[in-house]
Design a protein around this ligand. Structure first.
Ligand code: GLC
Length: 710
């Protein structure tokens, strides 16, 4: 039967209390008897498998599936209408097999691999009775002081959109009702990444055009990919809390983007309207949130306590309540929960998942420096491993890993020894009498540097993102030995490397890359994998350079220091440490002249779906096969509002054998040339557009101007 018909039938049979019960998500922390009582009385629509709002940094694996099955049985067999509960959990970048952090995954620029990773992740989560995961996090992040930038796809709207689509399709599978498909959740809607000073939860403000041009696209891509749920963000925008914004949660999210699933609040975000000072109490908070279009209440129980009275008092209409219930039932029916409410029983191939995790980790890591071909290492090279991350395992799991097991992680030392044998010696360099004592004679120092996974993620922001002094001291001491120094950077966020960089011959950014991190590092250092990652977020030189991102608006005076023209700060070199889209390979890719199948096109034909076909030749001029992410940027030369210096509007990650040349094509149409103007109209204005195609955002090596004529 048609889902909407089934919803109508259910709705007409439901009491007011049962309707309100569907809007209530409770924590699994409640005691079992109390939980069963609530479920039996139809007062629970969802259960979050987490005990605190900081689930991301708390222990507590899903162990007792039978317990969740028992609760579900109480709902489907013990409640009057037998409506199944939807079980949700933060399965952010891995379940039992852990993949790189989302910021690292985005740096792979490999949509297919990311989609495969989330297919694996969802199929593992579903086996643990999880119907719904609170991911992907799509908050555009331009401030590496903000601990949650590591959960995001970085600083660019286009890359964020591509990653959103890959993640949602991976999580939700080809068919939502398949047992291995679970619901995805686009979060945190919206503007959370603007938190002032990179301080979590702080004030945000953004103009409407900028919200539409930069912060909305990734959510739009998630909706287009069929995302079934959206989570609101904690922040207020210019004084309007998102949790009580009908404009954002209904007019924009549903009216503009066409979202038809349900909106879940973030943890206690409804009750926190009191902290925002816009609600006097829980009851008013519930009234504001439900009237704004926030369908389900995560754990603060404002809805279950007050909606009935608010309806009796006429402060919330029954239609508003029914709409929220419809949205929730629609997702449960699409997921097939009425047909298969319990965890499935299929088998998964853990070895295959580990292979995917290793491949994605290898494509997410970024080679930032490789002076004099310091890398790859020769297998007989005598290597001294030192530094805090050489033997560590737990860090590689990254933040928001609830069900990963550090015992499954291969450390860098284990992986390096598996290749280099006794030519790899692991030492813990130490400070004695202020002297850094380095061990043993060797050819090369591989310094495994980094930060604990507790230093990033929610509510883990840093006022100073410099590389820790003792780690810089280690590199400095190693350099004094006159040996090759290779730094492996196990940091979750971009860190400021201006002090460290001079002492390193090579720098590999390994992020927090999951179960297979150590193996992926060894694969790259020994040249079994040719690095192909490109950073999804700009790396500042020093903390004071933040915020620094590539697609900033064009200024009146010359301050394009990002691109080497002009200077903002007198006390540091102009450019950032590493620009968006940057990453080296063991080979060299030469990108040739940009060609276009036409120089001009009329606006009417553009609106009718025509566009430009842009092509370049890409040559692998080195002696190693490899992958390159060819990036296409566009600059709108003259427009009715100030536009960015350039914007990413296409990328293709291609494999090119040594010495070969391939042709790469891009399409540029209305979508790529359009923007939201001051009236929030999505438009293309006639004029010239400069097209850049290169290896990173600063490319000037391939330029072509095309023109739209009115
Ligand atoms: C947290 C986070 C959110 C997470 C939710 C449930 O506070 O903001 O990303 O999904 O609560 O754990």
């Amino acid at each position: 039967m048609d889902i909407e018909k089934r919803i109508n039938n259910l709705l007409s049979a439901m009491t007011l209390e049962e309707k309100i019960g569907q809007l209530n998500q409770i924590s699994s922390a409640k005691n079992e008897e109390k939980l069963k009582e609530l479920i039996k009385n139809g007062k629970v629509g969802s259960l979050i498998m987490a005990n605190t709002c900081f689930a991301g940094s708390e222990e507590g694996r899903v162990e007792n599936i039978e317990y969740f099955k028992e609760l579900q049985r109480t709902a489907v067999e013990g409640s009057r209408l037998g409506i199944p509960i939807i079980f949700g959990r933060d399965v952010i970048h891995g379940h039992h097999t852990v993949y790189p952090l989302p910021l690292a995954m985005a740096s792979s620029f490999n949509d297919e691999l990311v989609k495969t990773a989330y297919r694996d992740i969802a199929s593992e989560a579903a086996l643990d009775h999880i119907h719904w995961t609170f991911t992907p996090m799509l908050d555009l992040s331009r401030d590496p002081r903000w601990g949650r930038c590591v959960e995001s796809p970085g600083e660019d709207p286009y890359l964020g959109s591509r990653m959103a689509a890959a993640m949602v399709k991976g999580i939700q599978g080809d068919k939502l009702s398949d047992e291995s498909s679970i619901a995805a959740c686009a979060k945190h809607f919206i503007g959370y990444g603007l938190s002032e000073g990179g301080r979590d939860y702080h004030h945000t403000d953004v103009s409407e055009p900028s919200l539409h041009n930069y912060y909305l696209p990734a959510f739009g891509a998630a909706v287009k990919a069929g995302v079934q749920t959206v989570m609101n963000s904690f922040n207020e925008i210019g004084g309007q809390p998102v949790a009580s914004s009908r404009y954002l949660l209904t007019d924009v999210l549903r009216g503009e983007l066409g979202f038809d699933g349900f909106v879940i609040s973030d943890w206690c975000a409804i009750q926190q309207l009191i902290n925002h000072g816009v609600a006097a109490d829980d009851k008013q908070a519930a009234e504001l949130a439900l009237n704004a279009g926030l369908d389900m209440d995560m754990v603060d129980e404002c809805y279950i306590k007050h909606i009935a009275d608010l309806i009796k008092e006429g402060r919330i209409s029954e239609e508003t309540l029914d709409n929220a219930v419809r949205n929730i039932l629609r997702v449960k029916l699409r997921l097939g929960l009425f047909e298969h409410p319990f965890a499935p029983k299929y088998k998964i191939d853990k070895k295959e998942h580990s292979a995917h995790a290793r491949e994605l980790a290898g494509e997410s890591m970024v080679l930032l420096k490789n002076a004099n071909r310091a890398l790859p290492l020769k297998e007989n090279e005598r290597v001294a491993l030192a530094g805090p991350m050489a033997t560590i395992k737990e860090t590689h799991l990254g933040t928001w890993t609830l069900d990963g097991d550090e015992n499954d992680v291969t450390s860098i030392a284990e992986a390096m020894k598996a290749v280099g044998g006794n030519r790899v010696k692991c030492h813990h360099a130490w400070l004695a009498d202020k002297q850094m004592i380095l061990p043993w004679d060797c050819d090369t120092y591989v310094l495994c540097l980094g930060e604990s996974r507790l230093m990033s993620g929610e509510n883990n922001c840093l006022a100073d993102i410099s590389v820790p002094e003792d780690q810089v001291a280690l590199a400095k001491r190693a350099k004094r030995e006159g040996k090759k120094v290779v730094a492996v950077m196990c940091f979750a966020r971009p860190v400021a490397m201006q002090e460290l960089e001079p002492y390193c011959d090579a720098i590999l950014y390994a992020w927090h890359s999951g179960t297979e991190a150590g193996n992926a590092v060894a694969d790259i250092l020994y040249g079994r994998v040719n690095p192909s990652g490109k950073i999804a977020m700009t790396f500042p030189r020093v903390t004071g350079q933040v915020p620094v991102y590539y697609n900033y608006l064009r200024a009146a005076r010359p301050c394009n220091e990002y691109y080497g023209q002009g200077r903002s700060y007198r006390d540091i070199p102009a450019r950032p440490m590493y620009p968006f889209g940057y990453g080296l390979s063991y080979t060299d890719f030469e990108i040739g002249e940009v060609c276009s199948d036409k120089d001009t096109l009329s606006l009417s034909r553009l609106k009718n779906g025509e566009g430009f076909k842009i092509s370049v030749k890409v040559k692998n001029a080195g002696d190693t096969d490899g992958k390159e992410t060819v990036q296409l940027y566009i600059k709108d030369e003259v427009s009715s509002v100030v536009r960015p210096l350039r914007e990413l509007k296409g990328y293709k990650k291609i494999f090119v054998k040594a010495g070969e040349t391939v042709n790469v094509e891009f399409g540029i149409g209305f979508e790529e040339l359009s923007f939201y103007n001051a009236k929030l109209e999505k438009t293309v204005e006639p004029g010239e557009f400069t097209v850049y195609v290169g290896n990173d955002c600063t490319t000037d090596n391939a330029i072509k101007t095309v023109c739209i004529v009115s």
